[in-house]
Write a protein that binds this ligand. Structure first.
Ligand SMILES: Nc1ncnc2c1ncn2[C@@H]1O[C@H](COP(=O)(O)OP(=O)(O)OP(=O)(O)O)[C@@H](O)[C@H]1O
Ligand SMILES: [Mg+2]
Length: 316
């Protein structure tokens, strides 16, 4: 026997060990493949139910959204119809009290005239509150329509001056109107613009004493077109950062002491903000406590959509 020839016993054992090792590896591979297969199956199953669950959840969310929208629509409809129903008898109260006032004046019944004026004042106030709620509901429902036409700014400001004179006098304020010379033609919704300016000016008169309330109007050519800027500034109590942050939210007033002292519902600015958007414009404010307030409203010289109707004719 050749001394260098490999020992067949040794070779056999080596071969056995390799075979056993390969078998082990194959068994391991098989068990890992099985695990992988099972994990994959589980993943597929989860994926299937996940899609199902996402679909179910989406359906639930859509149903909840639809319910909320429907509830909101019913609420708006209810508020709108209640406000509308309240206005009808109120109109009767206002017109009969006007008639009665004239008769009392003719008959020279001094004390009764005063009482009658108070009834009329209260009825007008009630009507204003109902109108505010109605406007707010319309804005919330996106149902406020734009009636655009050419606006005579001199007539509009003269009207505002007359309407606001008693409010300005009440707090001994001076009411100034400054209009640039080159104002040209503004085409927008006269009633809505007038309502915005009235809200801003009446606030300025309400929150200022022995001061000045100024409305200044300018036309501005900017990169994004022609704009009209309406600035209402006052020298009144001003507002702090907290008040400014929630200013255009509905029913938001400075604090409870302001509600007690000045009254109001806190809807005026929310409505002004909404109306300004309907006009295609925007409103900003600058104020500091004790330093007065400046509201700036800018609206486009022509309305955001085609509206051939004449505002002065349509809304008067
Ligand atoms: N010019 C201003 N100066 C100081 N505070 C102001 C001024 N304008 C508005 N505010 C503050 O913002 C709040 C909200 O104004 P907004 O016009 O919405 O409501 P209101 O005047 O209180 O009530 P309403 O207008 O519904 O009768 C006011 O209560 C007041 O605290
Ligand atoms: Mg107000």
């Amino acid at each position: 026997m050749n001394a260098n020839a490999p020992d067949p016993g040794l070779l056999l054992r080596q071969l056995e060990r390799e075979r056993a090792a390969r078998k082990n590896a194959e068994a391991l591979l098989e068990s890992k493949s099985l695990e992988l297969y099972q994990a994959n199956q589980e993943l597929l199953r989860l994926n299937g139910t996940l899609e199902e669950r996402v679909h179910e959840r989406t359906l639930e969310l859509v149903a909840a959204r639809d319910q909320a929208l429907e509830a909101s629509r019913i609420k708006s409809q209810f508020v709108a119809s209640v406000s509308h129903e309240l206005r009808t008898p109120l109109h009767a109260v206002i017109s009969y009290s006007e008639m009665l006032l004239e008769e009392l004046e003719d008959a020279g019944l001094g004390q009764l005239i005063e009482d009658q004026r108070k009834i009329q004042g209260a009825a007008q106030h009630l009507k204003m509150l109902i109108d505010e709620v109605l406007d707010f509901t319309k804005l919330e429902a996106g149902k406020m329509e734009l009636h655009a036409g050419s606006i005579r700014l001199d007539a509009l400001t003269a009207n505002l001056r007359d309407t606001l004179a008693p409010l300005a006098q009440k707090n001994a304020n001076r009411l100034d109107v400054q209009m640039a010379d080159d104002l040209g033609e503004l085409v927008s919704d006269r009633l809505k613009l007038s309502q915005c300016l009235y809200n801003l000016l009446s606030n300025a008169c309400k929150f200022t004493e022995n001061g000045t309330v100024t409305l200044s109007i300018q036309r501005e050519r900017q990169q994004d077109g022609e704009w009209y800027s309406f600035q209402v500034s006052d020298t009144g109590i001003g507002m702090d950062a907290g008040q400014l942050a929630r200013l255009f939210r509905p029913f938001s007033q400075g604090d409870s002491s302001i509600t007690r002292k000045y009254g109001g519902t806190g809807l005026g600015l929310a409505i002004t903000h909404g109306l300004c958007q309907v006009l295609g414009g925007e409103i900003t404010v600058d104020s500091q406590p004790g330093q007065g307030t400046v509201f700036r409203m800018r609206i486009p010289a022509t309305p955001p959509q085609e509206a051939p109707e004449d505002a002065d004719a349509a809304s008067s």
